[in-house]
Design a protein around this ligand. Structure first.
Ligand code: PEP
Ligand code: MG
Length: 845
């Protein structure tokens, strides 16, 4: 360590040096580990974050002191070293120190061509990365003395000064430009999207160049030991003779490391070096406890390891790598679980395009982020957000994306760009979000006309397309989709997660296929079955309408008698699929007029079907209309006013219970009353249901148990939970309605102004997406506390859409809830998020 008036605080990376990750960054720490493993790492020093910060603030840098450390004639490189590799950083600059003298020395050592190539490249890279000149001004030319002169001339013309030949000045400028770039707005936004704090620090790593050019075997490459998309063990990488840095990844003529069908591979030309690389790979995996990509250089047959970075990976690969490391005993099961970000599971859960179905391929590009999605074309982030607010899946199509598109990407079902590659902004962000993404597609986007042209066809805003991020194809229309494949590694990891978590996870499932999906995802039962969904099917709808239009209670009873066996069959199916797991059935909830036709035409057809005059039907339909249907005759209010509906449903539930029990599977159904606001409502419904249970017991000559509970969806129910719990075995918080009523916001119409509200910071987030812990959350806490005071063993849960959000799960777990219930596809995410919470905060219970 040295100190002068100038900023020159740096640490040499040795096995025992004090290099700490928060200050020197992950790369410096990682290089120290490689040094400790005795890997041949060139001399390296690390600049800590405070030093980099003062450089950015304009303090002078004693770059001579750094250069002196390497010896005056060495060339050096500078790489960024933030605390977390995912936070990116400014581009690496190689060959700092090159000037006419150094160039002449290189010519003597390596020949004119190699020396020219390195020199030209340095001038270009300095001009674009440090002086920020337009890369287009340095059109790719063959390296030569005149190309070098041209490049120097461009620099001088643009900068009004000579190219800096003094190595100390070069280094000082490189350090300053990297330090400043890190503080820039777009860099900040990019890393914040990756979870970095706003003030995340940057360290820098300065390393002696290993040249990669020379008379003997010389070149550079990267090697990794897993496939970045699947995570399967497999050696991949490239090697480029007479190359530097990561050149090999870009050059077509780069060799494969092993088994190159086009000719000899690195393994063939340098078997010993290849064997060393394999050894290093094994050592890194075991000691760094991670799958690393090793960047290496060979200079005249001498291998140097310049860097090792975590292998870039898809979510699927990340999961497999974590599971394999744990299976090999390199990391614990707990750590494997913690290494997989719950939201990353979404990518694995994404539907894929059915390979058997016809594909109307209109464009091809780079498969940048797996999974497929169907949506309507939008061309701007604002349009994507508006579409999401309307609940319509959309595909965000851009020439390329920029950091300001992040909100739009969050709102889109998939992203398609005309430009870009595997590591372009769109690709990186989409992979992080688990969004299907195709970049660099052979489309032509006309932003003015708002159209894309592809293979002689043209598509406009609102047109339906399918983006297949797994194959890189863009399909016209909505392709047939397949549910995602959940492989053995996925199941293994979630199995481990289940061992650690301490809050239950159920699924919201209304239909047999939902229930089957819930089982596939190992939900611990159904937390919400919305029974009204069963009445919308064609054969039931007409009976339902007959029931609604019945003139007498006998007529109503007759319609309900016809609905009874249908409902019974529904419940038998659900109970059988769930095989003894709890099933919570919510009694009928919506206002009755939702079942009526809205057009005159529909009303006429209904009049025909019911054999009633049109005027009667119209009058009755008008009488049922409400100004505020969501606050009207729905939920338990219907149950109180028309008790026959709940009675029929209860009978169907109990008869199904008996039937399934007779076949061997014991069922304890849970019956839930919606939209309660007063204890008396529960008393009335409970009396009816108990009577139905007694009747079914007598009729069937058998006993059964059931639980009756209340859905807390009105603020009053939360406030009066103490008395409501006298009659309820469980309370389930329906946070959709509860949010609606707490804010006085319509679930159906809030989209109109929600964007403005969020943009202007009125609400931090859309409260229908992210639970409002301050307001709605307080009602949850009050309800939970008052309910449990009355009944210690009261089961508490959440079943609104928030149930699958990691943040809501954390809130509910802290509040002592027994389980969360969410849509089947979110169950894996919820299981993993719950395990994270239990592992990070184990002593809560
Ligand atoms: C709720 O209101 O949170 C709920 C789960 O019920 P629904 O969405 O069916 O109104
Ligand atoms: Mg509700």
């Amino acid at each position: 360590m040295q100190k002068t008036d100038h900023v020159s605080d740096f640490a040499r990376i040795t096995p025992t040096a004090r290099i700490d990750r928060p200050s020197h960054g992950w790369r410096a720490k990682c290089l120290q580990r490689l040094v400790r493993l005795d890997l041949p790492v060139p001399e390296t020093v690390a600049l800590p974050a405070p030093t980099v910060r003062s450089i950015a603030a304009g303090h002078p840098i004693d770059s001579k002191a750094i250069l002196a450390h390497f010896g005056e004639s060495s060339l050096i490189s500078v790489r960024p070293s933030p605390e977390n590799p995912d936070w990116g950083g400014p581009a690496t600059v190689l060959n700092i120190g090159l000037n006419a003298d150094q160039h002449a020395a290189l010519v003597r050592r390596h020949g004119q061509a190699a020396a020219d190539a390195i020199y030209l490249r340095f001038i270009q890279s300095y001009s674009t990365h440090v002086a920020r000149l337009d890369p287009d001004m340095f059109a790719t030319t063959q390296p030569s003395a005149s190309a070098i002169k041209d490049a120097l001339r461009v620099y001088e013309a643009e900068m009004d000064e000579e190219f800096p030949f003094d190595p100390a000045r070069q280094l000082a400028e490189v350090l300053r430009s990297m330090a400043r770039a890190w503080e820039g707005t777009s860099a900040r936004l990019l890393r914040q999207a990756k979870g970095a704090p706003a003030e995340a620090p940057l360290g820098l790593v300065v390393q002696a160049m290993a040249q990669g050019i020379g008379q003997g075997i010389s070149g550079s490459g990267v090697i990794q030991f897993v496939d970045p998309v699947t995570g399967q063990p497999q050696i991949t990488g490239r090697y480029l003779g007479q190359g530097q840095g990561r050149d090999a990844l870009m050059a077509e003529q780069a060799l494969y490391l092993t088994h190159d069908p086009r000719g000899p591979s690195l393994q063939d030309i340098a078997p010993e070096i290849f064997a060393d690389l394999l050894r290093y790979g094994v050592a890194c995996r075991a000691r760094l406890r991670e799958e690393m990509q090793i960047e290496f250089t060979i200079e005249d047959g001498r291998l140097a390891v310049l860097d090792a970075v975590k292998v870039q990976r898809s979510a699927r690969a990340g999961l497999r790598i974590a599971v394999d490391l744990a299976k090999d005993g390199v990391i614990s099961h707990e750590e494997a679980v913690l290494r997989v970000e719950p939201r990353a599971l979404t990518e694995m859960l994404h539907p894929q395009v059915d390979a058997r179905a016809p594909r109307d391929v209109v464009a091809r590009g780079i498969a940048a982020s797996p999974g497929a999605a169907v949506g309507r074309i939008v061309f701007s982030s604002a349009a994507a957000q508006a579409s999401a607010a309307r609940g319509e899946p959309c595909i965000l199509v851009r020439r390329e994306t920029a950091p300001e598109d992040i909100r739009g990407m969050h709102s889109a079902a998939a992203v398609l760009t005309e430009r870009g590659g595997m590591t372009s902004h769109a690709a990186v962000i989409a992979r992080g979000l688990g969004l299907p993404c195709v970049v660099g597609a052979d489309i032509r986007l006309d932003p003015k006309e708002k159209r894309i042209h592809a293979q002689g066809r043209s598509f406009g805003e609102g047109d339906l397309i399918t983006v297949d991020g797994t194959t890189g194809q863009v399909l016209a229309g909505a392709a047939d989709m397949l549910p995602p494949a959940l492989d053995e590694h996925f199941q293994t990891l979630l199995g481990w997660a289940d061992q650690f978590r301490d809050i239950g996870v159920r699924a919201n499932a209304d239909t047999p296929s939902d229930a089957a999906m819930a089982r596939t995802f190992k939900a611990q039962g159904i937390g919400l079955c919305r029974t009204e969904h069963m009445f919308f099917e064609e054969d039931r709808l007409i009976v339902m309408r007959e029931m609604i239009f019945a003139d007498t209670s006998q007529d109503r009873a007759a319609a309900l008698t016809r609905l009874l066996p249908m409902q019974r069959a529904d419940f038998v199916q659900l109970f059988e699929i769930m095989a003894g797991l709890p099933v919570c059935i919510r009694l009928f909830d919506p206002p009755l007029h939702e079942f009526l036709p809205h057009s005159r035409e529909g009303l006429r057809e209904l009049a025909e079907a019911l054999d009633k005059p049109l005027s009667d039907v119209t009058r009755r339909a008008e009488a049922l209309a409400e100004f505020n249907p969501m606050l009207g005759m729905r939920g338990v209010r219907l149950g109180v006013v028309l008790p026959e509906i709940y009675a029929m449903q209860a009978q169907a539930i109990f008869e199904a219970t008996v039937e399934v029990a007779r076949r061997g599977a014991a069922v304890v159904p849970e019956i839930m009353i919606p939209l309660v606001s007063a204890r008396r409502e529960v008393e009335l419904v409970k009396t009816h249901i108990d009577a139905v249970a007694a009747a079914v017991r007598v009729k069937e000559g058998t006993d059964f148990d059931y639980k009756l509970g209340v859905m807390v969806e009105t603020p009053r129910a939360a406030l009066r939970a103490g008395e409501i719990a006298q009659h309820a075995a469980f309370l389930s918080f329906g946070t959709n309605d509860l949010t609606q009523m707490t804010y006085g916001l319509s679930r159906d119409d809030a989209g109109r102004f929600m964007n403005t509200y969020v943009q202007q910071g009125v609400f931090p987030e859309d409260p229908f997406h992210i639970l409002d812990v301050d307001g709605v959350g307080e009602l949850l806490l009050i309800g939970a506390e008052r309910g449990r005071k009355t009944r210690e063993d009261l089961t508490l849960s959440i079943c609104g859409e928030h149930g699958g959000n990691p943040e809501s799960i954390a809130f509910c777990r802290k509040a002592g809830f027994d389980y969360v219930s969410c849509s089947p596809y979110r169950v894996p995410l919820a299981r993993l998020a719950a395990a994270h919470l239990a592992l990070q905060d184990p002593i809560l219970h």
